[in-house]
Design a protein around this ligand. Structure first.
Ligand code: NAD
Length: 499
C-alpha cells in the first residue's frame, strides 16, 4: 500500500480496509505510470487519502486479467459461485461499520445513512448469491418430430462497471454481484470522488476467496477516453458495459461503445415528480417527501425534484413541510446527530445556487433556506441549507434540470389530467411519486406516469427484490430482482436432430 496522508485518521477497526491501490489479477498495485489522485473529505474540503491515477495501460491490464479469468470462472459451478458471494456478503456485514465510516468520510453522507447503505448493498450480494443457482434455461416443446430444442443461459463475458459517487457502495455491489452470479468477470471503475469504499469492498471480496482476475478495479482522476474506461469501450473482449451516472455521460458511452456492440445497462439521471393530491394523507406525504428528498442531502437519482401540490391542500402541506425541514440538523457525516451532510463538492453548491437564484428571479417565493451554511458545527465550504421554494413555474431551470441538492420546489395544480401531463413533461423517466387515498385514482395515475419506478404513498422504495431502472432518457436495464440477473446472461438456443 502507498503511504496515506491522513491528517484526521479514521478510527477503523480494520485499517487494512483503507486501500490506496488498484486491484488487478489478484494483486494490489500502483498505476503503471505511477500517478496519484487525491481524495478529499467534503465536510472540510481537505485531502485525506490518495489512489492511483490510472491510465489506459492499467485499464488494459485489468481487461486482460478479466478475460483470462472468464475462461475458468464461467465453468465454476453456480453453487460454488453462490458460496463465494455468500461469504462476501457476510464479510460486508461484519465490516459494515468500517465501510460506513469510510463512505461517510469520502462522500459526506450522515453515518446512519452510510450504515444503511452498507446493509442495502450487502442485500444485493446475498440476493444474487441466491439467484446464481436459479439461472435455469428452458426445454422447448419440439416444433417437429425427431428433434430436441432447448435454451440455455450463459454469462455474457467480461463486464465493465462504472459507478457514480452518490452511493459509493450500493451502486458497485449491485453491478458486481449479479455479474459474478451469472459467471461473468468484472473490470470496475468507481467515481473519482469516492474510490475508497469501492476498494474496501473489493478487499473484502479478495478475502472471501474469489479467484484472481474475477474482480478487477482501477481508480482514476480522469474519467473518460482515452483513459481507463476508454480502454474498455473498444475492447471486443469486454462484452457488456453497466453504467450508473449522468445522462450525458451515459449517451456518450452508448455511442462510444457502439463499434463493438456491447450489451448496455444505463442507470441515468432523473427529474422525479412528487404529486400530492387533494385526498392525500398530508402528514404521510410530508414524511414521504422528507425521506425521499433529504436522503443523501438530496443527492440521489430518484430524489423528488418537482413537487406538485393540489391547491386545496397547499397551505396545510407547506405549513407541515416547513416545520419538518427547519428541524433538520446540518453537520458533518461523522456526527451522529447530522441529518443533512455537505454536498459532494463546489460544483454541486454552484448548481443549487444557480437553480435557487434563477427561480427567485422568476418570481418563486422563498419559504425557508436559500443560502449556504457555515458555522461551528457545519464548518466547511459545501453545506447548503434545506430549502423550500413556493410558486415554482415550468420556465425555471429547476423544472428541467436535476438539482441534486436539498431543494424542494413547490408547484400548484388543480386538475389530475393536467398534473399528469406536467409530471410527464420531462425527457427523464426514472422515478415518480404520488400520494392519494383513492383506490381508483391510484390505479389510474400509476398507469399514466412515465417512470420506471413509482412510489405510491411511499417515499423510499429501492430494494434488492425489485427491479430498479428508468425509461426515456433515464436509461435502460434493471438492477435487483430476478430480472437483474438477465442483464448479465445471454440466451443460446440448442437444436438436436436425428432423434
Ligand atoms: P457522472 O456521469 O459524472 O459520472 C459517473 C461515472 O462515470 C464516474 O465514475 C465517472 O468517472 C465516469 N465518467 C464520467 N465521464 C466519463 C467519460 N467521458 N467516460 C467514461 N467514464 C466517465 O455522474 P456522477 O456525477 O458521478 O453521478 C451523479 C449522476 O448519477 C446523477 O445524474 C444521478 O441521477 C445519476 N445516478 C443515477 C442512478 C440510477 O440508478 N439511475 C443512481 C445514482 C446516480
Amino acid at each position: 500500500m502507498n503511504e496515506l496522508r491522513d491528517e484526521s485518521p479514521l478510527a477503523l477497526s480494520r485499517p487494512d480496509l483503507m486501500r490506496g491501490q488498484n486491484f488487478i489479477n489478484g494483486t494490489w498495485c500502483d498505476a503503471v505510470k505511477g500517478g496519484w489522485h487525491e481524495v478529499s473529505d467534503p465536510a472540510t474540503d481537505t485531502v485525506f487519502s490518495r489512489v492511483p491515477d490510472s491510465t489506459a495501460e492499467d485499464g488494459k491490464a485489468a481487461a486482460n486479467a478479466a478475460a483470462r479469468a472468464f475462461t475458468s470462472w464461467r465453468n465454476v459451478s453456480a453453487r460454488d459461485r453462490s458460496r463465494l458471494l455468500k461469504r462476501w456478503h457476510q464479510l460486508i456485514l461484519d465490516n459494515s461499520e468500517d465501510l460506513a465510516r469510510l463512505m461517510s468520510r469520502e462522500q459526506g453522507k450522515p453515518l446512519a445513512e452510510a450504515r444503511g447503505e452498507a446493509t442495502f448493498g450487502a442485500a444485493y450480494v446475498e440476493w444474487f448469491a441466491e439467484q446464481a443457482v436459479r439461472s435455469n434455461g428452458d426445454m422447448l416443446v419440439p416444433g417437429m418430430p425427431g428433434r430436441q430444442q432447448m435454451v440455455v443461459r450463459e454469462p455474457v463475458g467480461v463486464v465493465a462497471a462504472v459507478t457514480p459517487w452518490n452511493f459509493p457502495l450500493a451502486m458497485i455491489a449491485r453491478k458486481i454481484a449479479p455479474a459474478l452470479a451469472a459467471g461473468c468477470t468484472v473490470v470496475a471503475k468507481p467515481a473519482e470522488d469516492t474510490p475508497l469504499t469501492a476498494l474496501a469492498l473489493v478487499a473484502l471480496a479478495e478475502e472471501a476467496g474469489f479467484p484472481a482476475g474475477v474482480i478487477n478495479i482501477v481508480t482514476a482522476s480522469r474519467p473518460g477516453t482515452p483513459d481507463t474506461v476508454g480502454s474498455w469501450l473498444n475492447d471486443p473482449r469486454v462484452r457488456k458495459l453497466t453504467f450508473t451516472g449522468s445522462t450525458p455521460v451515459g449517451k456518450y458511452l452508448a455511442r462510444a461503445s457502439s463499434d463493438t456492440l456491447k450489451r448496455l445497462s444505463l442507470e441515468l439521471g432523473g427529474n422525479a415528480p412528487f404529486i400530492v393530491f387533494e385526498d392525500a394523507d398530508i402528514p404521510a406525504a410530508v414524511d414521504g417527501l422528507m425521506r425521499g428528498k433529504f436522503r443523501n442531502s438530496g443527492q440521489t437519482c430518484v430524489s423528488p425534484n418537482r413537487v406538485y401540490v393540489h391547491d386545496a391542500v397547499y397551505a396545510e402541506f407547506v405549513e407541515q413541510l416547513k416545520v419538518a425541514v427547519e428541524a433538520l440538523t446540518i453537520g458533518p457525516a461523522e456526527r451522529e446527530d447530522s441529518l443533512v451532510g455537505p454536498m459532494i463538492n463546489g460544483r454541486a453548491i454552484e448548481k443549487i445556487e444557480r437553480h435557487v437564484r434563477d427561480a427567485l428571479d422568476q418570481g418563486a417565493t422563498l419559504i425557508t433556506g436559500g443560502h449556504s451554511v457555515r458555522n461551528e458545527i457545519a464548518d466547511g465550504p459545501f453545506y447548503y441549507a434545506p430549502t423550500i421554494l413556493g410558486d415554482a413555474k415550468e420556465s425555471m431551470t429547476l423544472h428541467c434540470e436535476e438539482t441534486f441538492g436539498p431543494l424542494v420546489p413547490l408547484f400548484r395544480f388543480t386538475d389530475e389530467a393536467d398534473v399528469i401531463n406536467r409530471a410527464n413533461d420531462t425527457s427523464y423517466g426514472l422515478a415518480a411519486y404520488f400520494y392519494s387515498q383513492d383506490p381508483a385514482r391510484i390505479w389510474r395515475v400509476s398507469g399514466q406516469l412515465e417512470a420506471g419506478v413509482i412510489g405510491i404513498n411511499e417515499g423510499v422504495f429501492a430494494s434488492e427484490v425489485a427491479p430498479f431502472g428508468g425509461i426515456k432518457e433515464s436509461g435502460y436495464g434493471r438492477e435487483g430482482s430476478h430480472y437483474g440477473l438477465d442483464d448479465y446472461l445471454q440466451f443460446k438456443y440448442l437444436c438436436q436432430g436425428n432423434l
